[in-house]
Write a protein that binds this ligand. Structure first.
Ligand SMILES: [Zn+2]
Length: 130
């Protein structure tokens, strides 16, 4: 039984260390400690995604944590950072799209299943590993 939750960003399999909660009434995105339970307007984020988080226009980001404690040892943390750097160089996607956030789309998207579906639609790929 795995208790470690994964980052909710699409195609990101890193362990989550923080929870982002959208407070629509205040146009505020609160980044705090990993929540005990998944909630409708909250999303788990890994270290790189939490650090790269930016608020949409008109929104404010409130960070309740000065820095994040990785669940993994320092070596994995370095690997995660290396991944983030590679990821940033390859696909400079904004962490939060400018304009109105679309939390519903994120919530509904299965983390890895989404990719599998795309693959499965074409020819049967024998190797499913990354
Ligand atoms: Zn992530």
């Amino acid at each position: 039984m795995r208790s470690v939750r994964q980052c909710s960003r699409t195609a990101c399999g890193r362990p989550a260390v923080a929870t982002l909660t959208y407070v629509y009434a205040d146009s505020t995105a609160v980044l705090g400690p990993l929540a005990q339970h998944a909630e409708p307007h909250s999303y788990d984020l890994c270290v790189p995604h939490a650090e790269r988080l930016t608020a949409p226009r008109g929104w404010e980001v409130v960070r309740l944590l000065p820095e994040f404690e990785p669940l993994a040892p320092s070596r994995d943390d370095l690997l995660a950072l290396a991944d983030a750097v590679r990821e940033a160089g390859r696909a400079p996607e904004p962490v939060v799209a400018p304009g109105v956030p679309e939390p519903a789309a994120l919530a509904d998207a299965p983390r890895r299943g989404h990719l599998r579906v795309l693959r499965g639609a074409g020819a049967d790929v024998g190797e499913g590993t990354v």
